[in-house]
Unconditional design. Structure first.
Length: 287
């Protein structure tokens, strides 16, 4: 049983495509996520993210719904499930926002690997979703981000979060083999998240800064994140409201991209794919 007080986020995403299927997303399905504050146990395993896959072509009609459900509850299966869960849990659904992140291909996600597991990485206004295993990383828990040079024009993205149970005090998520052309897009996302106050980066002491400088003494080139942080393009004042950037399963990526704030993306993301060469490993500063 899931208690409403344990639910911290409701997310609606395009469904990942089949493995080795040749497509990043399955446009015929929608992935609904219920993210929990405390993990619940299912048999011998525990999970903090519950997933519901909905067929976008299916229809539902709930007979005689009672409070807190709406008086009428009918339509596409996706909309019915979202309305029902939203009403019962008293929370709004949050969606990917092209004002925060679009990949070089115009998607809300990018392909990456954790060890041998291939999955999709969604960069959202409220945090990060990794699809294998299904994990939600709240933006408020992210303290550090680092780019490492990968192989064959790829980069690795390392996201660090405080974890009292870890020996180092941090849990590191290493998303590997991301196409280098995505680095500027990712950097822009984290810069915007930091500027909006959704992510607060760790403040380094003088000793830590000196150690960081020594570690990178042989790697003087700046990261794409630092380059993006120096840009002077204005930011828009959008927030995480589901009213502004609602995910529509029937909407194409091109149509979603057209709705993006042109001033924001034309200035900040215009050079995202100019170079496929990844930058050296270095802590990313986004402020």
């Amino acid at each position: 049983m899931v208690e409403a007080a344990n639910v911290v986020q409701l997310l609606v995403l395009a469904h990942p495509g089949p493995p080795q299927g040749g497509t990043l997303l399955d446009k015929k399905k929608t992935l609904l996520l219920v993210c929990l504050k405390e993990a619940i146990r299912h048999g011998k395993s525990a999970t903090s993210t519950i997933a519901v896959t909905v067929d976008n072509t299916a229809k539902l009609d709930v007979a005689g719904p009672t409070a807190p459900l709406p008086e009428t509850l009918a339509g596409s299966a996706c909309s019915v499930v979202m309305k029902a869960l939203g009403a019962v849990l008293a929370k709004e659904w949050l969606h990917p926002s092209p004002k925060y992140f679009l990949s070089s291909a115009g998607d809300a996600c990018i392909k990456a690997y954790i060890k041998a597991n291939e999955g999709l990485l969604f960069l959202l206004p409220s945090g990060i979703v990794w699809t294998k295993p299904l994990t939600f990383i709240p933006a408020a828990e992210i303290e550090d981000v680092e780019f490492n040079t990968g192989a064959a024009k790829t980069i690795d993205l390392v996201v660090s979060c405080p974890d009292a149970s870890a020996k180092t005090g941090y849990k590191n998520w290493e998303f590997a083999m991301i196409q280098a052309s995505e680095q500027a897009h990712i950097a822009k996302y984290f810069r915007k998240m930091t500027k909006k106050g959704h992510i607060e980066q760790k403040e380094y002491s003088d000793d830590e800064e000196e150690e960081e400088t020594e570690n990178n003494a042989e790697q003087p080139a700046t990261t794409a994140a630092e380059g993006a942080a120096k840009e002077t393009a204005p930011e828009d004042d959008d927030d995480m409201s589901s009213d502004d950037d609602e995910y529509d399963p029937d909407k194409t990526d091109d149509e979603a991209a057209e709705e993006e704030d042109d001033d924001d993306d034309d200035n900040e993301g215009g050079n995202a794919s100019d170079s496929d060469e990844p930058s050296p490993s270095k802590k990313a500063k986004f402020k």
